[in-house]
Design a protein around this ligand. Structure first.
Ligand SMILES: *[C@@H]1O[C@H](CO)[C@@H](O)[C@H](O)[C@H]1NC(C)=O
Length: 355
């Protein structure tokens, strides 16, 4: 072919030029692309970081809102205090042996002002949930001074034991012979209308506990709290004695059908309760003698509470009659229920003896 050799030389130089240009532009393109890729990777990384941050914020938010949800649920009413922890097995407030005083000048107003945490005879510990709720039942007639001394000592005593409690004074109306046992049946029935008490303490008005380790709590078995009193040289009055102050759970007392209603006058009803307890194969327990000590405030035998001469006869028939003489046959009429600051005062007509 007759191509001019000068042209072909020219063309060859151009070819190199174009090749060079092409390679340069490819390189340039590659470089930009690479730059953009790096930037893109960096961007992805950055947005991932942002996402993570957002997730963190979200998680925090969830936690916060979950907290709010649980708070709302555990606290349905704004006025109810938050749930408390149980009181410890052993109260840190106990003193042990106490110095008791029986000032002639003591007034109800003073005792009220010493017990501002008590409302309508009831109390519960301010910063923990009591292990038991206890109704103290005190049969009463014409013993205002004894009642005052007892309230004076018993309120702080029970508060140191960190109990939820209510003090019921069951006042026998009228002049017929006193019937401690029937009044205690009435107290049990009336107290359960207020609250579902775990434990009942049947308490004579003239006995004041001397040591706050003597716990007014119920146990697996019926508990007798008065081992000794100053009037008897701090010895158990007799083997099997189950009077003065005793503690039974709601179920234990229900199981024995409560006290007999037929003991009018002094004595026998506590032995009758012991027989009922034994018939149910329960066993009376007592705290150590050094702890279960009481001061018996002096008094002479009340008129209207003469010794019950029939008591031995009645005790003999307890195993036959306990099912039909007790809580299930306790008829009475409540004359009034008053709620002064320190106790619930139930005044009741319990009828009179059959003969
Ligand atoms: C028991 O102590 C009380 C209060 O100090 C007192 O009134 C009573 O007479 C004492 N009883 C006996 C038998 O010492």
């Amino acid at each position: 072919m007759g191509v001019c050799p000068a042209v072909s030389r020219y063309f060859r130089r151009w070819k190199y030029m174009i090749l060079l240009l092409l390679s340069v532009s490819v390189l340039a393109w590659l470089a930009t692309f690479a730059g953009e890729t790096v930037k893109a990777i960096q961007d992805t990384h950055r947005s991932a970081q942002t996402l993570e941050d957002n997730a963190e914020v979200l998680r925090g938010g969830m936690q916060y809102s979950w907290k709010t949800v649980t708070q709302v649920f555990s606290n349905p009413l704004p006025d109810t205090p938050p749930p408390k922890e149980s009181c410890p097995e052993k109260s840190p407030l106990l003193h042990g042996a106490l110095k008791l005083t029986f000032e002639d000048s003591l007034t109800l107003k003073e005792v009220e002002s010493e017990n501002s945490g008590v409302a309508e005879g009831q109390y519960q510990p301010p910063d923990c949930l009591a292990q038991q709720s206890v109704a103290i039942l005190i049969p009463h007639r014409n013993r205002e001074k004894h009642l005052l001394y007892l309230l004076h000592h018993l309120h702080p005593f029970l508060q140191r034991q960190q109990l939820r409690y209510g003090i019921y004074v069951i006042h026998q109306a009228g002049e017929v012979t006193f019937n401690r046992a029937k009044l205690l049946n009435v107290g049990y029935l009336e107290a359960l209308k207020d609250y579902d008490w775990d434990c009942f303490v049947f308490h004579d008005v003239d006995l004041v506990p001397e040591n706050d380790y003597n716990l007014y709590k119920c146990d697996q078995q019926p508990k007798h709290l008065v081992v000794g009193r100053n009037a008897t040289g701090y010895k158990l009055r007799y083997k099997g004695y189950f009077g003065g102050v005793t503690a039974m759970t709601k179920d234990q007392f229900h199981k024995v059908n409560g006290f007999s209603n037929t003991y009018w006058g002094w004595g026998g009803e506590d032995d009758d309760l012991r027989i009922r307890v034994e018939l149910q194969k329960m066993k009376i327990i007592r705290p150590p003698p050094l702890i279960a000590r009481y001061t018996m405030v002096f008094h002479k035998r009340d008129s209207g509470n003469e010794i019950n001469k029939d008591r031995m006869l009645l005790l003999g028939r307890t195993p036959q009659v306990w099912r039909t003489d007790g809580l299930n046959t306790c008829s009475y009429s409540t004359l009034s229920v008053e709620r002064p600051p320190l106790y619930i005062n139930v005044t009741v007509d319990i009828g009179k003896p059959l003969h």
